[in-house]
Design a protein around this ligand. Structure first.
Ligand SMILES: [Zn+2]
Length: 325
């Protein structure tokens, strides 16, 4: 009978089980007793193992000594699955792949943060628009201190003037909870107001929000602008990434604003902290990136140091993107 598991010249179909039993050749007794002499192995093959067991003193009904599976190759050291060279090559390949992929991961993470920042700014512009609908089409005022000097009221947060420094939602969040929407995902510096949990964005204080001691005609017109006064909403910046050397700044001031001091003007400049510039929310509700920071004409070096130029700058060299169009 053919001991193989198929007929010669034919192969079983895939998935079909062969009816022929698998026949494995039993090892010769002499192959499993490597310690026996050549003469003894010959006798074992011809006479069987019983005479040898009798010479060695084993009882006839005793079980044969246990042996390892197969032929039990004594003295053969088991080989490891991988050699040291193979393991080192695999480790080197993995390290190379990680070094190639890490920059891609960093770029993807920065891009995701920029997208999140733009989304935040669009929601802030939407909240400002909703506010104007309820307040005679006027934008929220940028900031003021109430008459009793109890609170510092701003467009994004309201902070107690003294006592417990816990900020609460500002003017634009009268009907909603802005929360983390007011946090630029890249900004990690200190807050402008104590107790303000979220920060990083500014508001066009010079031409839109104005406020107490604010506006291009310092102190003469502190009322916020009306939506109808934006001749070019798509070209007028309402809010964006704010900051200066000392940290956050929530008031965006135009470079030619004559109503405030040089240092304050620079402090209200734009922070170019994203990999591709700064993010800006415009009057028509869209958000866009501005890549190139501008310098204030005739800026003094000490004011540029306060501004942290060129990490921070202006959206334009003049007031074109800040004014109402
Ligand atoms: Zn941002």
């Amino acid at each position: 009978m053919n001991p193989t598991w198929t007929r010669k010249g034919s192969r079983p179909k895939r998935g079909a089980r062969s009816k022929a039993p698998v026949v494995r050749r039993a090892p010769q007794a002499s192959e499993c007793f490597g310690a026996a002499t050549a003469r003894e192995r010959t006798r074992i093959d011809t006479e069987g193992i019983a005479p040898l067991r009798a010479r060695l003193g084993h009882a006839g009904d005793a079980k044969p000594p246990a042996r390892s599976a197969g032929c039990g190759r004594r003295g053969v050291k088991p080989q490891p699955a991988f050699s040291l060279i193979e393991v080192l090559v695999v480790v080197a390949i993995i390290a190379l792949l990680i070094s190639l992929l890490l920059p891609s991961f960093a770029r993807a993470r920065a891009q995701a943060r920029s997208v999140q920042c733009a989304s935040n700014l669009r929601q802030i512009v939407t909240a400002m628009s909703a506010y104007s609908h309820d307040y005679a089409d006027r934008f929220p005022i940028a900031q003021y201190v109430d008459e009793q000097h109890r609170e510092f009221v701003a467009w994004d947060t309201i902070t107690p003037w003294s006592g417990e420094r816990r900020a609460r939602a500002g003017l634009i969040w009268e009907f909603a909870d802005g929360g983390e929407v007011q946090q630029c995902p890249v900004y990690e510096g200190p807050n402008l107001s104590l107790g303000d949990p979220f920060t990083g964005y500014n508001y066009n204080t010079t031409y839109i929000g104005r406020g107490q001691n604010e506006g291009p005609f310092h102190g003469m017109d502190e009322s916020p602008a009306m939506t109808a006064q934006l001749r070019s909403p798509a070209g007028t910046a309402l809010c964006g990434d704010g900051g200066y050397r000392a940290g956050a700044n929530k008031f965006m001031r135009a470079p030619l604003d004559e109503g405030v001091s040089e240092g304050t003007v620079h402090a209200g400049a734009q922070a170019f902290r994203h990999a591709k510039g700064t993010r800006v929310g415009f009057g028509d509700g869209h958000a866009a990136a501005k890549l190139q920071p501008f310098r204030k004409p005739g800026a003094l070096p000490e004011n540029e140091a306060l501004l942290n130029w060129p990490a921070n700058g202006f959206l334009s060299g003049d007031d074109r993107l800040y004014s109402r169009g």
